[in-house]
Design a protein around this ligand. Structure first.
Ligand SMILES: Cc1cc2nc3c(=O)[nH]c(=O)nc-3n(C[C@H](O)[C@H](O)[C@H](O)COP(=O)(O)OP(=O)(O)OC[C@H]3O[C@@H](n4cnc5c(N)ncnc54)[C@H](O)[C@@H]3O)c2cc1C
Length: 342
């Protein structure tokens, strides 16, 4: 059996969880037993699913969640219920998953490579004295009980490590946007309620309040078009031209860390190593130099259009398309051209 941690928003599984479930299913192929563990919480918004904001899982509509997971081959759903688990608490989640590991003795535990997935599985690893392979992109299970051969991202994805994971229960997280979420033949799901044994020590850290972002639209990590702005944008007000283009293309605005540090955009908009990883069809990078810490966040983009005054900027080398010019002229010109083409 393989056990997969599923993050969800009110019973709707996060995209990163569907990706990691797809990978987990491949590992469970031997006996076909794929169990999922999900927490019933009453906040709002999933954990950082492939780059979204960090919130709460929301109370699972058990049937809805089970139904969605059935389409990914899940045969058992363990819903963790506890009166103090109304909001995310990393140690309590880790203790709960660890207790489930004791009960189910899975061959592997797979989590999405989100902030929350990493935090919980690191806690499980510490409790179980097991190694954890984070940010996997491919895993070959081999014979039952044998080590896994795997590839995983290091240094924000700028390096791929080939590794062997040898443990009674293998713990791994799956790097977001690297494995396509693919449904399969529907499975019959058994839904179980799992009540962990938890005490005060596991609630030293917990989410006490959730503030909704007032930003509307598609979450950055899921957007098909992202219009990103860096230091070259020049001010918070100048993002209006990027927002206009993003709206027109039904996309979302992103930012470099320099722009976030300037206070022009919220951290939720940051693309990169310490921000969100994006995988849009088109990333329009305006006034962004292309520092490695930024590029690891957007290397999943299918096309990059760089707009920069500096033809030597690093991002120009990595972009499929480039316009050398002042973004304050180029972006409105693109907006106008798109309007005319509509
Ligand atoms: C541990 C660590 C983590 C980091 N994490 C991240 C991260 O997650 N995300 C991230 O983005 N960065 C991150 N950084 C910072 C990163 O190294 C860069 O400093 C940052 O990405 C630079 O942002 P920028 O490209 O907007 O600014 P700059 O490097 O200053 O580039 C500005 C660009 O705008 C161009 N420009 C200026 N005016 C115009 C104009 N009018 N029209 C068009 N182009 C113009 C310039 O030619 C230049 O290329 C991290 C750094 C560290 C050390």
């Amino acid at each position: 059996m393989v056990l997969a941690l599923v993050e969800h928003d009110g019973g709707v599984p996060a995209e990163a969880s569907l990706e990691s479930l797809t990978l987990a299913r491949g590992l469970a192929a031997e006996d076909g037993e794929l169990a999922a563990v999900a927490f019933d919480t009453d906040g709002s918004g999933p954990g950082e699913g492939g780059g979204g904001s960090s919130g709460e899982g929301g109370p699972a509509d058990g049937d809805g969640l089970a139904d969605d997971l059935a389409a990914y081959g899940v045969t058992e759903l363990d819903r963790v219920t506890h009166d103090r688990l109304d909001r995310y608490a990393p140690e309590a989640w880790a203790a709960s998953v660890s207790q489930l590991v004791d009960e189910l003795a899975p061959e592997a535990v797979v989590a999405p490579g989100t902030d929350r997935g990493h935090e919980v599985l690191a806690g499980v690893a510490a409790r179980q004295s097991l190694p954890l392979a984070a940010n996997c992109v491919a895993v070959a299970p081999g014979e039952p009980g044998e080590p896994y051969e795997l590839e995983r991202q290091r240094w924000g994805g700028s390096l791929i490590e080939h590794a062997r994971l040898d443990a009674g229960t293998k713990l791994l997280t799956v790097s977001p946007h690297e494995v396509a979420a693919e449904p399969t033949e529907r499975a019959d799901v058994t839904v179980r309620s799992f009540a962990p044994s938890l005490d005060d020590s596991q609630f030293r850290v917990r989410v006490s309040r959730v503030e909704e972002s007032d930003e509307e639209g598609v979450p950055l990590g899921e957007a098909r078009v992202v219009v990103g702005g860096g230091r070259g944008v020049g001010s918070a007000e100048d993002y209006a031209i990027l927002e206009e283009l993003a709206d027109l293309l039904e996309g979302t605005v992103g930012a470099s860390r320099a722009a976030v540090n300037e206070g022009w955009r919220p951290h939720d908009d940051q693309v990169g190593l310490t921000g969100t990883k994006i995988a849009p069809d088109l990333y329009v990078a305006c006034g962004i130099s292309g520092a490695v810490q930024h590029m690891v966040g957007c290397k999943g983009a299918k096309n990059i259009l760089a707009i920069n005054t500096d033809p030597e900027a690093a991002i120009i080398q990595k972009a499929e398309y480039a316009v050398i010019g002042d973004l304050h002229e180029v972006v409105p010109a693109i907006t106008e051209a798109v309007r005319e083409a509509e």
